[in-house]
Design a protein around this ligand. Structure first.
Ligand SMILES: [Zn+2]
Length: 317
C-alpha cells in the first residue's frame, strides 16, 4: 500500500508527504547517508562501480571485483590489490572534513530556496566558521557553475539591475551620491522562455560591456526580448529578431513580449542575498549569482536538487 504523510503506525520509517514542496527531505537524506561510509559508497558507485562491487581495474586492465579497504577511504581490487580512491580529483579530496559533512552542506545549499549563510552552516555542522565558509565557497565555485554549458537559445529575455544597496550613514552630497552609484555593480540577467537563466556581473550597464555579455551567453539564432534601454538596440543586427517592451511607457506585458521572468529571478536573488549573505563584495558576486542561477535551473531538471549536485561533484575532476 502507498502511504502518504507520516503514518502514526510507522514512526520509524517516515515518508515525505506527496504534497510537500521539498523534492528530497532531510529524513530521506539521513536515511541514505547515515555516515561517511555510505557517502563514500555513493561516490564509488557513481564514479566507478554502478553495482558497488565491480569496476574496471586500471592495473589488471579489465573488470574486477573490488572490496572496501579496511582502514582507508578506498576500494581494493580483489585480484591485484590496487587501491582506488573515489574522492580523488573531486572537491572532497585532501579535505580533513568528514564526507558526510560535505554531503550535508551540499544538501542544504541545493535545497534551501534562498541559500544559507556560512554562519548557519557552522551551527548546523558544528565546525568552525572558516571551515564552513571554505566548504561553501568550493561548492559554489566548482559545482554551481554554468561553465561549459550551451549558450541560451530560443526566446531569451534580457534585463539588467544595479547591485550594491543604498548608501548608509550621513546623507551624501550630490557628488558622493554619484560616486556611489558609479561603484555599484551591474548584474545582467538572461532567461530562456520556460528554461534556463544566466546572470553575469558586467563592468557597466552602458554599450559595449552590456552587448558583449549578451553575445557571449545568448545564441545568435535567438529572438531577444529587452526593455527600451538604448544599449540593447545595437543587438538587433546580431539576433534574428529583437522585440522591445516599452517600460518607460508603463507597459509590462505586451502579448509575447515579456521580461517578467527575469525580474522574478532578480527579486528572489535580492531577497535571498539580503537574508543569507548581507554584504557580498563585488569580487565574489559572480559566484553567488551562479549559485542562485544554478538552483533556479535545477528546479526543472530530473532528480532532486541534491542529487544533481552530487552527480556534478562526482563528474568533476
Ligand atoms: Zn586489479
Amino acid at each position: 500500500m502507498y502511504t502518504v504523510g507520516m503514518a502514526a503506525s510507522d514512526r520509524n520509517n517516515p515518508t515525505r508527504s506527496r504534497s510537500s514542496a521539498s523534492d528530497y527531505s532531510l529524513m530521506e537524506f539521513m536515511r541514505e547517508y547515515p555516515d561517511d561510509a555510505a557517502c563514500l559508497d555513493r561516490l564509488w558507485r557513481e564514479r566507478y562501480a554502478p553495482d558497488g562491487h565491480h569496476a574496471q581495474c586500471p592495473r589488471c586492465e579489465r573488470e574486477r571485483k573490488f572490496h572496501r579497504t579496511k582502514t582507508r577511504a578506498s576500494y581494493t581490487c580483489d585480484s591485484c590489490g590496487l587501491h582506488v580512491h573515489p574522492m580523488k580529483g573531486t572537491i572532497f579530496e585532501k579535505s580533513t572534513t568528514s564526507l558526510q559533512f560535505w554531503f550535508y552542506a551540499m544538501y542544504l545549499m541545493a535545497s534551501t530556496r534562498c541559500g544559507i549563510s556560512a554562519k548557519q552552516l557552522e551551527r548546523e555542522l558544528g565546525v568552525g566558521y572558516k571551515t564552513a565558509h571554505r566548504m561553501m565557497k568550493k561548492i559554489r565555485t566548482e559545482l554551481m557553475t554554468d561553465e561549459g554549458d550551451e549558450p541560451l537559445s530560443g526566446d531569451v529575455a534580457v534585463d539588467e539591475t544595479s547591485w550594491g544597496g543604498k548608501p548608509r550613514g550621513p546623507k551624501l552630497t550630490a557628488k558622493e551620491a554619484a560616486a556611489f552609484r558609479e561603484r555599484k555593480a551591474t548584474v545582467l540577467g538572461m532567461v530562456e522562455r520556460g528554461g534556463r537563466v544566466r546572470a553575469r556581473v558586467i563592468a557597466s550597464r552602458r554599450g559595449v560591456p552590456l552587448s558583449r555579455a549578451v553575445k557571449a551567453n545568448v545564441n545568435p539564432s535567438t529572438i531577444l526580448y529587452t526593455d527600451d534601454w538604448k544599449p540593447y538596440k545595437s543587438l538587433k543586427r546580431e539576433y534574428i529578431d529583437h522585440r522591445i517592451i516599452n517600460h518607460s511607457a508603463g507597459l509590462y506585458v505586451d502579448g509575447d513580449i515579456y521580461t517578467n521572468t527575469i525580474e522574478g529571478f532578480f527579486g528572489n536573488l535580492k531577497t535571498g542575498m539580503r537574508g543569507a549573505y548581507k554584504e557580498v563584495s563585488p569580487a565574489y558576486l559572480q559566484s553567488y549569482l551562479n549559485e542562485y542561477a544554478w538552483r533556479y535551473n535545477a528546479r526543472y531538471q530530473r532528480g532532486s536538487m541534491f542529487e544533481q549536485l552530487l552527480v556534478r561533484a562526482a563528474e568533476r575532476n
